[in-house]
Write a protein that binds this ligand. Structure first.
Ligand SMILES: *Cc1c(COP(=O)(O)O)cnc(C)c1O
Length: 380
């Protein structure tokens, strides 16, 4: 099933560089998370083009695999999902502008209310449109990003009781440090969140769905699972950080591939690529591969990354260009159109997102979300 965007075809004979996504593996990751989370509901986070895996096909697979709802960062992402015919509940995490509110109603999307002012805007708009807005309240317990501070949260909860055109379906917060070995700050955030939630108990009111656990929380803080968990990177088979407990068995589902487009022998003293940053002191075999930073293969990978050809690791030589890289295969063999794996497995070898992140000086999240729309996605 080829991706529709942005080019009409991703036939291998025309476009050798592509991302292959194993939807079956995504389904197994979701099932592993669900069983670890016990009775909690699962909101599959598919923001940023499903962490580079392709928004609509991944969201469909998640819903098919039993995700209770979907989470996205932006209104536009949610609208794309609705236009693709996905009817599952969708929560938009991001802050909202007043002008966006009617679109939430039109597409039956769930809004985040991060302040009393925003809640009032939503309530007024809902009244004007004759609808009941679905809302999750957002509490800031230690991230200083979005949401009412935990120490003033009573005001928002109070206001929500009087917002007659709003249905408060959930209340949530977000961890700043749930993937580290030291969980002190995460525990403090959870404590603050539970203290905010005691508002409902004190008044004997029904409690909306409570959620705070991202991938790190799911893996390391079972007491944070509450009513619903929000896995992102873990769904894609990648652990959120190097120190994080690997308490749920998941596997990557994405392989980024290209092929050998050109072969030559480079003589000693003849520098390779822009800036002439790499020179051999003996003659080596070199292949050119049609992928570059214009596809999202970071320029920071220049002279650092390795790729897989014929089941073996070979280093990128010289600077990564916009559309091509050169790979030093030493005295090895490679033929025109041999498969080149940039990320993922080939034979018994594997290049992981964490490894690429280490070479590029970033995190796996950015490696995945940076693979851009020029690279066709193919679903297995
Ligand atoms: C991105 C995001 C998540 C998922 O985070 P991971 O670390 O990828 O699991 C969960 N909740 C919110 C609000 C997010 O923005």
């Amino acid at each position: 099933m080829p991706a529709a965007e942005p080019f009409p075809t991703c036939d291998e004979s025309i476009r050798p560089t592509r991302v292959e996504v194993d939807l079956g593996q995504l389904g197994r990751n979701l099932a592993a998370i669900r069983s670890h989370a016990g009775g909690a509901r699962v909101m599959a986070v598919v923001k940023a083009n499903a962490y580079g895996h392709g928004l609509v096909p991944v969201a469909r697979e998640m819903v098919r695999g039993g995700a209770d709802s979907l989470g996205v960062a932006l209104l536009e992402e949610a609208v794309l999902l609705r236009e693709a015919g996905i009817t599952a509940p969708i929560l938009v995490f991001g802050g909202i502008a007043e002008t966006q509110i009617p679109l939430f109603f039109r597409h039956d999307l769930t809004l985040t209310a991060p302040s009393v002012d925003k809640l009032r805007l939503i309530d007024d708009a809902a009244a004007a449109h004759g609808v009941r807005a679905r809302v999750h309240l957002k509490i800031d317990t230690g991230m200083e990003r979005l949401g009412i501070h935990y120490y003033s949260a009573d005001r928002l909860l109070e206001a929500s009781l009087n917002a007659r055109h709003v249905q408060v379906e959930g209340i949530y917060s977000h961890f700043a440090n749930s993937d580290t070995a030291d969980l002190g700050h995460a525990r403090l955030q959870l404590e603050r969140f539970l203290e905010v939630l005691s508002f409902y108990e004190r008044r004997s009111l029904p409690v909306p769905q409570r959620h705070i656990a991202n991938s790190g929380g799911i893996l390391q803080l079972p007491e944070s699972h509450l009513d619903l968990v929000r896995p992102g990177i873990l769904l894609y088979g990648v652990y959120p950080g190097p120190e994080c407990l690997r308490s749920v068995p998941v596997r990557p589902a994405l392989t980024w591939k290209s092929h050998v487009a050109y072969f030559k022998v480079v003589q000693p003293g003849h520098p390779v690529s822009y800036g002439s940053t790499w020179t051999a002191d003996h003659s080596v075999r070199m292949v050119t591969v049609p992928v570059g930073y214009g596809d999202g293969y970071f320029r920071a990978l220049s002279n650092r990354a390795e790729v897989l050809i014929r089941g073996e690791r070979h280093p990128v030589a010289g600077r990564v260009c916009m559309d091509q890289i050169m790979v030093n295969i030493g005295q090895g063999t490679a033929y025109y159109r041999d498969e080149v794996v940039l990320l993922g497995r080939q034979g018994g070898e594997e290049v992981t997102a964490d490894e690429l992140a280490g070479w590029a000086g970033t995190i796996a999240y950015e490696v995945l979300t940076n693979i851009n729309a020029r690279v066709p996605r193919v679903y297995l």
